[in-house]
Design a protein around this ligand. Structure first.
Ligand code: CMP
Length: 143
């Protein structure tokens, strides 16, 4: 019963994220099984620049700030972060701090790999954005 309630709760959180809304119920059910919801207080550092990546995060509510070398960048509900280290095997490219009390959905690296096998279409969407960010940062570094 507890597990069922947990599933339904995570389901509600996942379907609130626009990124997942185009997916069918079967794909959403797969994702819900892999995600863990986490409430995070303002000021919490989620990801530190230079560290190896062990998870990525979807923002249900609240706000995080990505400490880019150029200027800080705010991400809000529906965005995700921490995908680059998982996709490219690189150290964390920036520190990410929670700047408003937030609800995040956590996808651990092992589950990310499982999702890539089961639902490549979802990970492809994440990869498109990850590549765009990598390009943007590289262009900024050359500037
Ligand atoms: P990762 O490198 O794993 O950890 C830091 C995260 O910050 C990174 O993944 C992205 O999710 C995010 N990030 C880095 N650069 C950008 C950018 N230019 N725009 C948006 N998010 C970024």
């Amino acid at each position: 019963e507890l597990q069922r309630r947990h599933f339904l709760h995570t389901w509600d959180l996942v379907t609130a994220v626009p990124f997942f809304q185009g997916l069918g119920a079967a794909a959403i059910a797969d994702i819900v099984r892999l995600l863990r919801a986490r409430e995070v207080a303002e000021g919490t550092i989620i990801v530190r620049v230079g560290e190896p990546g062990d998870a990525m995060y979807f923002i249900v509510s609240g706000e995080v700030t990505v400490q880019l070398t150029s200027e800080p960048l705010m991400l809000g509900p529906g965005s995700f972060f921490g995908e680059m280290a998982l996709l490219f095997g690189t150290p964390r490219s920036a520190t990410v701090t929670v700047t408003k009390p937030s609800v995040l959905l956590v996808l651990d690296i092992a589950d990310f790999r499982e999702l890539a096998g089961r639902r490549p279409e979802v990970v492809n969407l994440i990869e498109i954005e990850g590549k765009r960010r990598r390009e943007a940062n590289a262009a900024m570094a050359r500037f």
